[in-house]
Design a protein around this ligand. Structure first.
Ligand code: MRU
Length: 376
């Protein structure tokens, strides 16, 4: 996608052994890049949320493992780096998925060949992510078009979204926002209700920035306001992403997703979840088994923004010492989900099992044009 007319991805190789990422902690106030040169740089970028979003975390983790192997390709170093990168953020399963791919690609080879294979694998995962998200967008476009037809093409399709699911959360396009971009680009008029997404404000800071860059009409709303707009008939559909979906279709996503799903059910509004297949964790059935990341209370008690001169300032919102809880994700039960929009098509929760791999040795097909797997 473009920033100021220049095409970007969220991550790219610098040609000197490093990868460049956009520092998401500085958006929307500054567009700054950071070069990650080794495993610890990659781990720190994930931990500090310089990079974030389930697919992008996976991509950075993959490069981090490749960089670790460039330093030491031995088995012990491989396992240590795998564990260190996996521990950076616990909830989004794409990180484990990507690390598994790179580890398997490397382990099949003699140590001397591992670093190059791991790097090629990380590159392949990034290319596949772009094609995957483009395919999610194409499949989701059909649903948005249907919603437009259902309102006799009077006015835009009003889409409520949560957190940031755009190109900067992935390698390009995005999951739920990828659908919005595809709709907008193909002439289906859309207007997006952007949930602010407290406490880190991924909606207010990042989704607004992305949509404005792409020229998509949107309105930012406080997290508490979504149900109100749904009740008033001002939302045609909800479109969110996911950080981990269980085999039975429970959806773990950014905190606040569950209350939107409850409100959507009450207002009879479709609630769609857009995700790559790599976000499905086939090892668990129930969302109750997912580890929910608990983040610093200071993300709730304090906030960072730009002052009138554009300087970043951090202020406290609460009395000093206010205790705060900060779960980063919640779980929406499968019964509240209308459909899953994936690179393989649109599935009802009861049909999600059709995406289950037959075996680890037979990876699923990927969209046309995407490298299938690091092992292929
Ligand atoms: O804590 P974050 O900002 O990494 O959380 C991101 C989300 O919850 C996204 O909605 C999610 O990764 C799915 S869409 C790419």
């Amino acid at each position: 996608m473009k920033v100021g007319g220049v095409p970007y991805r969220s991550i790219w190789r610098d040609g000197a052994g490093g990868v460049v990422v956009i520092d998401q902690t500085r958006l929307p106030h500054a567009f700054a890049t950071r070069t990650l040169r080794d495993e610890e740089d990659c781990a720190a970028a994930i931990r500090t949320m310089t990079v974030r979003g389930a697919p992008l975390i996976g991509a950075v983790g993959a490069y981090g493992l490749a960089m670790a192997l460039a330093d030491d390709p031995g088995d012990a170093a491989l396992e240590r780096a795998y564990a260190a990168l996996l521990a950076t953020r616990p909830t989004a399963v794409n990180l484990r998925w990507a690390l598994d791919q790179v580890r398997a690609a490397a382990k099949a080879l003699a140590p001397a060949r591992r670093a190059a294979a791991a790097l090629a694998c990380a590159d392949a995962l990034c290319e596949a992510d772009v094609a995957t998200n483009a395919a999610i967008g194409d499949h989701g476009l059909g649903l948005v078009r249907q919603a437009w037809d259902a309102k006799a093409r009077r006015g835009p399709v009003n889409i409520l979204t949560h957190c940031n699911t755009g190109w900067i959360a992935c390698v390009d396009w995005g999951t739920a926002l990828g659908i919005v971009y595809k709709a907008h680009d193909s002439g289906v008029p859309v207007h997006v209700w952007v949930d602010e997404t407290r406490p880190r404000n991924q909606g207010g800071a990042l989704t607004t920035w992305e949509l404005a860059n792409h020229g998509v009409p949107f309105t930012l709303i406080a997290d508490n306001a979504g149900a109100h707009f749904m009740q008033r008939g001002q939302v045609d559909l909800c479109l969110v992403g996911a950080d981990r979906v269980t085999a039975q279709g429970d959806v773990c996503n950014k905190i606040g997703t569950y209350m939107k799903a409850l409100a959507a059910r009450e207002a009879a509004i479709p609630f769609h979840v857009a995700l790559p297949r790599s976000t499905i964790d086939w090892t668990i059935e129930s969302g109750a088994a997912i580890e929910i990341e608990e983040r610093s209370p200071e993300e709730v008690t304090h906030i960072t923004g730009a002052d009138e001169d554009g300087r970043l300032v951090r202020v406290r919102l609460t009395p000093p010492g206010t205790p705060a809880a900060n779960p980063a994700f919640d779980v929406t039960p499968a019964e509240l989900v209308t459909s899953f929009i994936t690179e393989h098509g649109v599935f009802a929760p009861s049909a999600l099992g059709r995406l289950r791999p037959v075996s680890a040795a037979t990876p699923p097909a990927t969209p046309a044009g995407a490298p299938g797997s690091c092992r292929a």
